[in-house]
Design a binder for this molecule. Structure first.
Ligand code: ATP
Ligand code: MG
Length: 464
């Protein structure tokens, strides 16, 4: 790894990060750790985004206090993580994640739905043999488990990309750069720390993360890093299907889904994740490429850009809509009635995805409902129009219809009709709305408490 990289310290006067732009809870945590004699840094996306003048999504802290010490220090602390012990400090509307400096090549790669905490690990990070080896790698170099505490430098160097490894030191307000992140931030580059072939082999999800950060920040992927992705893209499936689902969802719901989708196809990451869909995309339809997926993702980006939410079922229904509709038509042609044909199409789709990107059942059921509602929408209002409007899936199903109509606008908009009809109805009783409620989609992963976005004034870009 970059052992010969010189540590750079940027003094307060030379960077624009101010404590006033940080989460007040995050700042309190940093100060409390410092007062107790610990080293405490803000790290990761928080530092990166503040330096770029973006509003950070969350504030991660790293320290030399061990998880057990953190537990004693903070009453609102919960230890989580099996592969990697982390402290979550719970506040009313946010969670501050505090990790202890770690060494070795590993990532905080939690599976979605973190399991309950294991028994507490010993105070001294360098002991603990009775818990078995702290660091485990598979024969082919994938990191399986790591809980080895380390120095700040080691901690920085085991992170994924140079721009994600910057520390903000609460003790003197400097930025500490062990990996060349400041320069890459200036040049708009996503570069792995160390050899990209090694780093992507350790954790293939980093390849998706590279694409995510590049398209989110409008950066380029550095040449060697990109070449390694192209070379190793086929190994993306070594990550577990539930984790890949979470990553793909994050990727497509960050507001630049269309660009990301093109980048994923370009680097060869899309095909191994969605082999059947990708094969279908490569086959033209009546001489035309399948263009709807790109348009759907653009539409999703527009909505997110306008501050609206897009649920996981709606995203999936939109993205795979044409593909699913073709499947439904196939089952219809073979004699299945409409409802059953939709069920069969979703079941077939679920079977195709299961080995690569495990979309949870509740999400697939909601996608099925979105598609089924489209048939129902054709009758205005028909019998039980109110019941349709009262269903929890109604808003997503209507959004789907709105998108389809936008593709080929006609004189009469059914979506508009249903929107008006819904607006005229009294609010449905709570149970009715609950009845078919697909679980609220969360890109944070099930089981994880959702972090609410803080509304704060957008900071001005800070010079780096
Ligand atoms: P976001 O704005 O999406 O939250 P982030 O950079 O904060 O971006 P997180 O997934 O929240 O990303 O992770 C926090 C930090 O943990 C990263 O900035 C990086 O330093 C480190 N990290 C996360 N995932 C990995 C990984 N797979 N391998 C190595 N380091 C990782
Ligand atoms: Mg983050």
């Amino acid at each position: 790894m970059n052992t010969n990289m010189k540590k750079i310290i940027v003094p307060r006067a030379e960077h624009g990060i101010s404590r006033s732009l940080m989460s007040p809870n995050g700042v309190k945590v940093l100060y409390k750790l410092k007062e107790q004699g610990f080293t405490a840094y803000l790290v990761g996306g928080g530092v990166r985004d503040l330096l770029l003048g973006r509003e950070p999504k969350d504030f991660d802290v790293v320290t030399d206090a061990t998880p057990n010490q953190l537990k004693k220090l903070f009453r609102n602390c919960r230890l989580i993580g099996r592969r990697f012990r982390l402290a979550h400090l719970h506040y009313q509307d946010e969670i501050i994640e505090v990790a202890t400096f770690r060494s070795a090549a590993d990532a905080p790669v939690e599976e979605p739905g973190e399991p309950a905490p294991e028994p507490e690990i010993p105070e001294s990070g360098r002991e603990g043999r009775r818990h078995g080896p702290r660091m485990l790698k598979s024969d082919d170099g994938m990191v399986l488990r790591d809980n080895v505490f380390g120095t700040p430098e080691e901690d920085a160097l085991r992170r994924d990309f140079t721009v994600n490894a910057l520390f903000y030191n609460i003790a003197d307000f400097t930025i500490i750069d062990h990996a060349g992140g400041i320069e890459d931030l200036r040049n708009g580059l996503i570069r792995t720390i160390g050899d990209p072939l090694v780093r992507f082999t350790e954790d293939p999800v980093r390849m998706i993360r590279a694409v995510r950060f590049a398209s989110m920040l409008g950066f380029n992927i550095e040449e060697r890093t990109e070449a390694a992705i192209v070379e190793l893209s086929g190994s993306i499936n070594k990550a577990t299907p539930p984790r890949l689902y979470e990553e793909v969802l994050k990727l497509l719901l960050m507001g630049a889904g269309e660009r990301t989708y093109q980048m994923m196809r370009h680097c060869g990451l899309f095909e191994p994740l969605f082999p059947h869909f990708d094969a279908w995309l490569s086959r033209e339809s009546e001489g035309f490429p399948h263009a709807r997926v790109g348009k759907a993702l653009e539409w999703v980006d527009e909505r997110l850009g306008g501050g609206e939410q897009v649920s996981a079922p709606l995203l999936i229904a939109l993205m795979f809509g044409e593909y699913l509709e073709e499947k439904v038509a196939g089952f219809r042609a073979a004699g299945a009635p409409p409802q059953q044909a939709t069920e069969m199409a979703i079941a077939a789709f679920a079977g195709e995805l299961a080995p690569t990107v495990a979309v949870p059942n509740r999400v697939l059921l909601a996608v099925r409902e979105i598609l089924s509602c489209q048939q129902r929408f054709q009758k205005t209002p028909g019998r039980n129009g109110r019941a349709v409007v009262g269903r929890a899936i109604f808003a997503d199903a209507l959004a789907y219809l709105g998108f389809i109509e936008k593709l080929s606008p006609g004189k009469r908009s059914l979506a508009e009709w249903w929107r008006r009809f819904a607006a005229e109805q009294p609010a449905p009783p709570a149970e009715e709305a609950q009845e078919t409620a697909p679980e609220a989609a969360s890109v944070e992963g099930k089981g994880k408490k959702k972090r609410r976005r803080r509304r704060r004034k957008k900071p001005a870009p800070a010079a780096v």
